[in-house]
Design a protein around this ligand. Structure first.
Ligand code: C5P
Length: 399
């Protein structure tokens, strides 16, 4: 199953690095090609010679290694593999990943990659349970980073608790699971995300507070399940996730056109906060403060992309999912919206300012379908995304 697969293995500095030597052997036994990367800390625990001898390949250690740049740049190195595995992943490297830092070869590869990343954390129990590490873990999970372990048990430092790196064979099993074809393999899913910007004149526009976080997380979760994802995004603050076909738009009309051009799809998840109106009196020149009073803006209605896709006579996706951001009577308004728009499901949430949901890291949603309303507990947007993606996969596979 792993035969012919290429793993980029990053070994960072922890006593568990000795287990990574065995991991290399186990991977090679299964026909995997392993390209090893050793951090400065990693090299304090295992030698480059033993790593390269076991991997049967050169060890990459330095960012500014001119020979390596001539042979293969760090960008290429980060993308040539099927999967990046970090074992052990130290608290420090996880913090760098969560913060997007790139000050050595390992962190730069992790920032530059477009491949999935599986990490096997290893650290002292207090470091693992520290709020800073727990915050970084939540962040990394929301960013789509996959985890194996840590396990609970006796630690090299004499303490007991969670923080022991997963055993090599557990890591191999996790790699097999990640590289197995996902249930949505070969299925095209369309996701809209982010706000739209509706120009008033060349410098001003009307926008909304959507960050695009929930839509990006859903697209990432669908990619993890193997889907072929077209991600139509307005000007969001959150970047498009790795592995999607991203189409960047600005206005509702452009989003509409991009969505129609991307069809057919088996499922469409419309998570974008599309502006309901555009400025009909949009000026080609910057509107001046000319002392003749306030400008009068007139509005025109934007196409309702969700309703249009839901009501397509031919080529309608088998499953159309809309979102309802409400500030009152959430479930009742969302159920009415499901009927009005003609979509199959509505993911409803309360975006009243006191919930902190719009632009925040968490979401509390109610899934409304023909069968009724289902309240999901408040959880990270990544968890909502994974739960929704799993539900979509289940529904599409049922046919
Ligand atoms: O009507 P409302 O904006 O509350 O509906 C929200 C749902 O409809 C979201 O799924 C959103 O992506 C979608 N929508 C759309 N096109 C619009 C307005 C909303 O696709 N013009």
């Amino acid at each position: 199953m792993l035969s012919g697969k290429h793993i980029l293995l990053i070994i960072s500095g922890g006593i568990a690095a000795y287990k990574s030597l065995d991991l290399i052997r186990r991977l090679r036994e299964r026909g995997c090609r392993v390209t090893p990367v050793l951090t400065k800390g990693g090299a304090a625990f295992v030698t480059p010679l033993s790593v390269s001898a076991l991997a049967g390949a050169k060890v990459h250690e330095h960012l500014l290694d001119l020979t390596a740049e001539a042979e293969m740049g760090h960008i290429e190195l980060s993308r040539a593999a099927d999967l990046i595995v970090v074992a052990p992943a130290t608290a420090d490297l996880m913090a760098k990943m969560a913060g997007g830092q790139a000050d050595d070869l390992a962190s730069t590869l992790l920032l530059a990659t477009d491949k999935r990343v599986l990490i096997a954390p290893a650290m002292n129990v207090r470091m693992w349970t520290h709020t800073a590490t727990q915050r970084n873990i939540a962040r990394l999970k929301d960013d789509g980073i996959l985890f194996v372990g840590p396990n609970e048990g006796d630690m090299a430092c004499g303490e007991y608790g969670p923080g022991r790196m997963a055993e090599p064979l557990e890591i191999v099993a996790a790699i097999e699971k990640v590289l197995a074809d996902g249930p949505l393999k070969g299925r095209h899913v369309l996701v809209t995300s982010g706000p739209t910007h509706e120009p008033i004149d060349p410098v001003r526009y009307i926008a909304n507070r959507s960050s695009g976080a929930q839509g990006a997380a859903i697209a990432a979760a669908l990619v993890q399940l193997g889907a072929d994802v077209t991600f139509v995004t307005g000007p969001a603050t959150v970047a498009a996730p790795a592995g999607v076909r991203a189409v960047r738009v600005e206005t509702a009309q452009e989003m509409h056109d991009a969505v129609m051009a991307a069809l057919p799809a088996e499922a469409a998840v419309m998570a974008a906060a599309v502006a309901d109106w555009r400025v009909a009196s949009r000026s080609d020149q910057k509107i001046k403060k000319d002392g003749k009073g306030l400008p009068n803006l007139s509005f025109a209605e934007n196409p309702d992309i969700l309703a249009e896709v839901s009501k397509l006579k031919t080529g309608r996706p088998a499953l159309v999912v809309g979102f309802a951001a409400e500030t009152e009577n959430v479930a009742a308004n969302a159920a009415a919206k499901r009927k009005r728009k003609g979509c199959d499901w509505i993911v409803a949430n309360d975006v009243s300012p006191e919930t902190g949901i719009m632009g925040g890291a968490e979401n509390a949603v109610t899934l409304i379908s023909e069968g009724g309303a289902e309240d999901w507990p408040r959880m990270g947007k990544g968890d909502v995304a994974r739960k929704l993606a799993a539900r979509i996969a289940e529904t599409l596979l049922k046919g």
